[in-house]
Structures are given as structure tokens and as C-alpha cells.
Ligand binder design. Structure first.
Ligand SMILES: [Zn+2]
Length: 48
């Protein structure tokens, strides 16, 4: 992987996950990290 950014739903920051897949800022589990893609399709899951 090359600097895949994720949006952390806990601290609200765009972060690069640790090798363990957790948030480097607040330590949130990877379930709380939303992969950022070219499109915003992912966000639709949350608002439904
Ligand atoms: Zn976080």
C-alpha cells in the first residue's frame, strides 16, 4: 500500500492507518476507519 488515507470516525481526521490497521492518532480500531476512495460511495452506507 502507498499511503492509503482513511477517515477516522472517532477523531474525524484523515489518517494513514498503522500497520495494524488502527488509527495512529486515537487508536481507534480499523472498523472505525473509512477507506477514502475516488468516489464518495462509502459515505452513503453511513447515512442510510
Ligand atoms: Zn482516530
Amino acid at each position: 500500500m502507498k499511503g492509503q488515507k482513511c477517515l477516522c470516525k472517532v477523531c474525524g481526521q484523515l489518517v494513514t492507518p498503522t500497520p495494524a490497521g488502527t488509527c495512529p492518532l486515537c487508536g481507534a480500531p480499523r472498523e472505525m476507519l473509512v477507506m477514502q476512495r475516488d468516489k464518495d460511495d462509502e459515505e452513503n452506507d453511513l447515512k442510510k
